[in-house]
Write a protein that binds this ligand. Structure first.
Ligand code: GLN
Length: 508
């Protein structure tokens, strides 16, 4: 990472914009950096408030905390949160499709950002439209997330460009810069003053991101404005027909459910949870069974299945930062450090803080090991990530038990849990993105970014269904089961590393 920030800028200037660079990278990276920073600012800021807002005013809310929320139980709030997260990542796939076939990545980001702003404006208005706003934010994020990553790739001359990996590292910093600042500000505005003011702040953040994207758009690669494989008129009509048919079926079905007075939130949550598990499997199954793939591509897809299932178990635990860990921060953690008190939301900044602190350490460590020919392979890094995330939940059981009698534990417990999780994240997330693109069969190259995000969808959907089924997500039993599952996945990958590596061919 360090090297990518200190490279000789003049030598690497992009001729298209007069040689101006951003930390030695094409100037367009600055535009994408700022857009993603603001988008993550609004995403993680709202996410930090979500579960606390849903329980606020109800029996599960912390005594003395701000009222005015939806008074739900912690179990329902966690299930809604997990469904929301699953949906965000599920919609990254159609988001990629829109970029590929309908609007091109640049326009899709503009549409996505506008929908996110509108969604947050709806959330900022108190009233029953809350879930409409939430669905809009999920749709907008889905449109934006995969396309913005694609555009980072466009700035470089193909996969062989030596600056490419560094560019993605700088981009990962933007994600975490936005995620670091957001909970601090949202905790203060949303959690301490007014929830809806907090949601409004998310709209302002995304609006700033969109504005600077529109101003900086001239620095992007022209490829970002093109539609790589436009839909034909017949295809478009076919999709419209299918879309209208399914929308019609859903409208009639839910019309009957609502009309007969049976509608509860579970009628919306359960189908999304089930779809969130079914779609990732269906997509991978379709790719795996594709007869047009060469034997070497088939082998690569088989090895990818290992990484995908492991990643799903990883995100299943990791994404509970905004629910299980957030609830623990609110209800069981002392919200003072060095005598100063802070809103529980602030602890949501700890993961991005660790990312920013540890990413250079990991980059240096991999480089040092690589120089001695000892850098762990992708397979071993995945195994390490799974053991780290499993260990974080085994460790989390200690403060859970300590606080069972009503005592508040030191925030250092959660800070340590996040440290372990971040170490896992740094072994899995950047490596996973890169291996996804390298193992992708040519035919599916443009869809694979969306496929990678489906691992989040699958993991979050499992949590949502567990929550809906009444499992106590903060209970020792569930935590042990999740920790054991992740650790076992890590051990299984490690034991099978030779077989997996063989199927990966020349990819490491
Ligand atoms: N912090 C990363 C991001 O927001 C996490 C990615 C993920 O959950 N897949 O992009």
């Amino acid at each position: 990472m360090a090297s990518s920030l200190t490279k000789d800028a003049a030598a690497q200037g992009n001729p298209a914009n007069g040689g101006k660079t951003f930390f030695g990278h094409p100037r367009g990276l600055a535009t994408l950096f700022m857009t993603e920073m603001w988008e993550r600012f609004s995403f993680y800021g709202m996410r930090a408030l979500l579960v606390l807002y849903l329980i606020s005013g109800g029996a599960d809310a912390e005594t003395g905390s701000q009222g005015g929320g939806l008074a739900m139980t912690a179990a329902s709030a966690s299930a809604i949160y997990a469904v929301y997260m699953a949906l965000v990542y599920l919609l990254a796939m159609p988001g990629g499709w829109f970029g590929d076939r309908v609007w091109g990545p640049r326009k899709t980001v503009i549409v996505g950002a506008s929908v996110v702003i509108a969604g947050h404006v709806v959330l900022a208005i108190p009233g029953p439209s809350f879930f409409v706003g939430l669905a809009m934010v999920a749709c907008g994020s889905g449109l934006l997330k995969s396309n913005i990553s694609t555009m980072v790739g466009h700035l470089y001359n193909g996969p062989q460009d030596p600056r490419r990996d560094g560019g993605f590292t700088v981009f990962y910093m933007s994600i975490n810069l936005g995620s670091l600042v957001a909970p601090l500000l949202f905790g203060w505005v949303g959690q301490s003053i007014n929830w809806h003011l907090g949601f409004g702040l998310a709209a302002v953040g995304m609006a700033l991101g969109l504005t600077q994207f529109l101003f900086g758009t001239k620095h992007l690669d022209p490829k970002s404005s093109q539609v790589p494989t436009p839909l034909t008129v017949e295809e478009r009509n076919g999709w419209l027909r299918k879309g209208l048919l399914w929308a019609g079926i859903a409208a009639v079905f839910y019309g009957i459910v609502a009309g007969t007075g049976h509608f509860t939130l579970n009628w919306a949550l359960v189908p999304i949870g089930v779809i969130g598990i079914a779609i990732p499997f269906a997509v991978l199954f379709r790719i795996k069974r594709d007869k047009e793939l060469s034997p070497s591509e088939q082998g690569k897809v088989s090895s990818y299945l290992w990484f995908f299932v492991a990643a799903a178990a990883f995100w299943m635990i990791f994404d509970q930062a905004g629910s299980t860990l957030s609830l623990f921060a609110e209800k069981n953690t002392a919200k003072t450090i060095f005598g100063l008190s802070f809103p529980s939301t602030w602890l949501q900044s700890v993961n991005p803080m660790w990312v920013l602190a540890l990413a250079p350490v990991f980059a240096t460590m991999w480089l040092a090991l690589a120089r001695r020919g000892k850098e762990p392979s992708t397979t071993v890094k995945f195994a390490m990530a799974m053991v780290a995330i499993g260990a974080s939940y085994f460790f989390f059981i200690v403060p859970i038990m300590m606080s069972a009698g009503g005592d508040k534990v030191s925030p250092m417990w959660l800070i340590t849990v996040y440290c372990m999780q971040t170490m896992g994240e740094l072994c899995l997330s950047p490596v996973g993105l890169s291996v996804t693109t390298k193992l992708a069969p040519v035919k599916y190259a443009s869809q694979m970014m969306g496929v990678w995000f489906l691992a989040n969808t699958a993991g979050d959907s499992v949590v949502s269904l567990l929550g809906i089924a009444g499992a106590d997500l903060s209970g020792v039993g569930v935590l042990v089961a999740e920790a054991a599952l992740a650790t076992l996945a890590g051990v299984a990958i490690y034991l099978n590393r030779k077989r997996i590596n063989e199927r990966m061919g020349d990819v490491r």
